[in-house]
Design a protein around this ligand. Structure first.
Ligand SMILES: O=C(O)Cc1cc(O)ccc1O
Ligand SMILES: [Fe+2]
Length: 475
């Protein structure tokens, strides 16, 4: 089934259904998909047949992901890769003496990051904030910010290190992939799995309340190095429905161009550049044609997007504050420890809080998971969003076991609260990258970026010791 935005702001069409197996052909080339098998002696219209695997051939069937592509030229027709410096990307976090890293258990919070991004394209504008593990053994993850002001033209990127879950905060992303196009405004996310080629262009700059992020296209990226990919979390007693429903995940429909590059091409360059991130380094190769030449495909390894507004949250309808795992949108299980995640993508959506006899904002806690949060817009219910607070566009890192929770202002306001049911988060959106691994921030994030809120810990100062007034006599 094809889906089209009824409001008309997204110009593209999509196929729907999380992890579906799609067998599709561009409408201009009926019959481009082989009718028997994947790999005919000669594919229809002389197309080249290519398998792109997202998992090892031998993984259990329910984890297996691969797509067969039918394309105008084989992907392999390009020059050898040459390294190109990119000083801001880090993909190995295991050497804690690496001078680019800054291990610290301190609670960290940042105002919106300032990136020197006007001339950068999306790849050049990547900057690593934190990470764990490394790409070589496919164990770990990295968190990056991006900021760019230039479209990727005649350039395509693919990542050999991991999958990228992209969270735009300012500016719509207009993404061309080998599988078709994705339109990703703030409020939606997309996942670009390992190995898939794509180019990021600037879509409209939508209204933002990010005070310090007035210009540019900016957002956050969770990069997962794992050999497996995001899944929908189990629902357990919640039942068969709710949270992120499979039909709300949108996959592109085929889009291709039959475009050659040569000396006579009046383009910026006389070739197309393929950019690869491999072991944390950037490499360039060139070729004489557009890689967006896939006419038909058949498989379940594809990029996709998800509008966060479709998330159907569950919560407490009597008393007590449920743990935030109820807000998991996508999860990447940690095979080493059943029930834990290498990475969870968690959403704090607008919702009604009705719990009685309950301290409703997030409680004080010291979690075994590491929490990296981003305020996309509005006010998060545990933190003041004013100047120096958890501001839109800003982020926080609460590492394994690090105590955190409501700031003093929120705590006092909640103790004094009289009202009944309350809608929180109207017009607001916060997300969390949560991991069972120990994240290491980069030196840039802790010292270099100039956006760290050095006074963050003060939000938890000055709590009244009510006990002394209220304790039973003799205690
Ligand atoms: O720290 C945070 O704000 C995230 C969070 C939210 C919540 O409702 C409970 C626990 C938790 O870590
Ligand atoms: Fe937390």
């Amino acid at each position: 089934m094809c889906w089209k935005d009824p409001a008309g702001s997204d110009p593209y069409e999509y196929q729907v259904g999380f992890n579906n197996h799609f067998s599709v052909t561009h409408p201009s080339a009926p019959g481009a998909l082989p009718t028997r098998g994947n790999n005919p002696q000669k594919a229809p219209y002389g197309l080249y047949t290519e398998q792109l695997s997202g998992t090892a051939f031998t993984v259990p069937r329910h984890l297996s992901q691969r797509t067969w592509l039918y394309r105008i030229r084989p992907s392999v027709s390009h020059t050898p890769f040459k390294p190109v410096p990119h000083p801001h990307i880090i993909s190995s976090f295991t050497n804690l003496d690496d001078s680019r890293l800054y291990p610290t258990p301190t609670q960290l919070r940042w105002d919106p990051f300032d990136l020197d991004d006007e001339k950068a394209n999306w790849v050049e504008g990547l900057q690593t904030v934190a990470g764990a593990g490394e790409t070589q053994t496919k164990m770990g993850l990295a968190i990056h910010v991006y900021g760019f002001g230039r479209d990727m033209v005649d350039e395509s990127f693919y990542n050999s290190d991991g999958d990228m879950l992209i969270v735009p905060v300012v500016g719509t992303l207009d993404i061309v992939t080998e599988f078709g196009k994705l339109w990703v405004p703030p409020g939606e996310i997309c996942v670009l799995p390992r190995g898939i080629k794509f180019s990021v262009k600037r879509g409209p700059l939508v209204e933002t309340n990010c005070r310090d992020m007035p210009s540019g296209w900016k957002g956050y990226i969770l990069e997962t190095f794992s050999a497996l990919h995001f899944t929908l979390p189990d629902l357990g007693p919640i039942g068969a429905n709710g949270l992120a429903n499979p039909q709300d995940f949108k996959y592109p429909v085929p889009w291709f161009e039959d475009k050659d590059y040569g000396a006579s091409t009046p383009s910026r360059s006389s070739h197309f550049t393929i950019i690869n991130k491999f072991l944390g380094k950037i490499y360039h190769a060139t070729q004489n044609h557009s890689p967006y030449n896939v006419v038909a495909y058949n498989g379940n390894y594809l990029p996709y997007k998800y509008p966060l507004s479709e998330f159907s949250p569950v919560g407490s309808i009597s008393h007590d504050h449920p743990d935030p795992s109820i807000f998991t949108v996508l999860s990447l299980p940690n095979p080493a420890t059943p029930g834990t995640a290498l990475a969870d993508f968690v959403l704090f959506p607008p919702r009604w809080l009705v719990a009685e006899r309950t301290f409703r904002p997030p409680y004080f806690h010291r979690n075994v998971m590491t929490e990296f949060m981003v305020n996309i817009k509005g006010e998060y219910d545990a933190k003041d969003a004013g100047q120096g607070g958890f501001v839109p566009g800003g982020a926080s890192l609460h590492s394994m076991n690090a105590a955190h929770g409501p700031d003093r202002a929120t705590y006092e306001k909640e103790l004094a609260r009289q009202d009944g049911p309350k809608k929180v988060g109207d017009g607001s959106l916060a997300i969390m990258f949560e991991t069972s691994l120990q994240l290491v921030p980069t030196k840039w994030a802790v010292e270099g970026c100039g956006k760290r809120q050095m006074a963050y810990s003060e939000v938890w100062e000055g709590f009244e010791v009510s006990w002394r007034k209220e304790k039973p006599e003799g205690a």
